[in-house]
Design a protein around this ligand. Sequence first.
Ligand code: NAD
Length: 496
Amino acid sequence: MKNIGHLINGSIVEQGGLKQDVFNPSLGKVEKQVLMAQKHTVELAIQAATEAFPAWRNTPTVKRARIMFEFRNLLERNRDQICRLIGEEHGKIAHDAAGELQRGIENVEYACFAPELLKGEHSKNVAQDIDSWSEFQPLGVVAGITPFNFPAMVPLWMYPLALVCGNCFVLKPSERDPGSALFIAELMHQAGLPNGVLNVVNGGKEAVETLLSDGRIEAVSFVGSTPIAEHIYSTATSRGKRCQALGGAKNHAIVMPDADIDNAVNQLLGAAFGSSGERCMALSVAVAIGDQVGDALMRRMKSAMDGLRVGPFYDSENNFGPVISPEHKARIIGYIDSAEEQGADIIVDGRHPKIEGHEDGFFIGGTLIDRVTPEMDSYKEEIFGPVLQIMRVDSMEDAMHLIDAHEYGNGTCIFTRDGEAARYFTDRINVGMVGVNIPLPVPVSYHSFGGWKRSLFGDLHAYGPDAVRFYTRRKTITQRWPSAGVREGVVYSFPS
Ligand code: NAD
């Protein structure tokens, strides 16, 4: 059985107490085990990062950017291997894994602009012979804790920018599919990164608690479910650390009476069922304006779902693969059962698909539920599975109230041909990422990613310009070089 260890000070370290099984969800079989770091292993990683920091901080920014550029090229060259690792451990179909990796690479490309991003602000002659400027200095050692659903991309949201800004990093990937993050970190070293600048520790709660309690960690970036995000944010900030913690979601799409329904159905298919709905930006609720739209949407969605293919990751004809674990599969089925018990209509039932030759895989077929209401558990909570729920309301205002009342505010979308309605919606809705006829409005790498309400704890969003601010501390310097012969007298009033 293959072991997945840690990467500390440039070397793979096989150290840990317990091991945890890593499944191949397409087969339902354990093929690898991950070593779960205990406190002392995490401390070794923090120590390596702390020792690497002074030299890395003083490395010219352009040299750090060049390493990132080489890293980008290595990611391109190792595309197939990375996608295979994602497929084996997460179950994502190759075309979907390739999309995830591409988004990760775009974050690396943004980090290559470090000299431009860190230029600072300069004002000459703010008073006689006095110049003032702000520069952005690294924080020190920072940590990243990431979820299972984007095992390659989410770590790449974090450390490329943290590193080019001059920080050292300790990454704690999801213990459920850690292989691709570890392999990618090895590529970072092949690209020329000095030892200790980036370390990877695998593990669970003990590893995370060690990162949160260690005074040498200056900041924590977290992406995962809302209860854990809230815990990470309150613990890290109570210990004086900077923290951004991105949490769960429930993303609604409004379908207006004037929308092109066939287009909306096509967009909803990909956004609801792609990656088995295990995306924090998955569109899991379609809000139809009026019963006529609701009926049309339900009928066309039902017929389009005849063509949906769920199956193992290595068959690219499949639209989506298995879910991550047997426990998660049971949880999703529980939500579908509860919707049925609470009075919703199960239009397409994916609870027990038959996948020949893969009877032990963790598969759930695409599921469509109609006449869902706000009190239902399947609506209130994040399902994180291939389940689309249809709700019906009377007006766009009612739909916006529904969205605003939900605890999450990650992404949303409106399908319409009415520019005025779209503009009103984008301006007023209390959600962090908004699409107009765009089902997954995931910002490009040179903008920043983040939700509102209980989808994000902290002030700054992930990647892009916000991340440059998150991973740096502003210092403002005011300097006088008096002209020859000029002597300042004593001044007791406040300088102005
Ligand atoms: P999770 O919260 O279970 O785990 C995330 C990370 O936290 C993992 O590294 C895990 O080891 C660690 N962790 C889990 N329990 C912990 C505990 N009790 N104490 C300390 N650390 C703990 O999330 P997941 O199931 O891996 O990922 C799915 C969730 O992530 C979904 O809710 C999804 O919406 C969310 N997500 C959000 C975004 C976003 O950008 N907002 C992006 C991707 C995923």
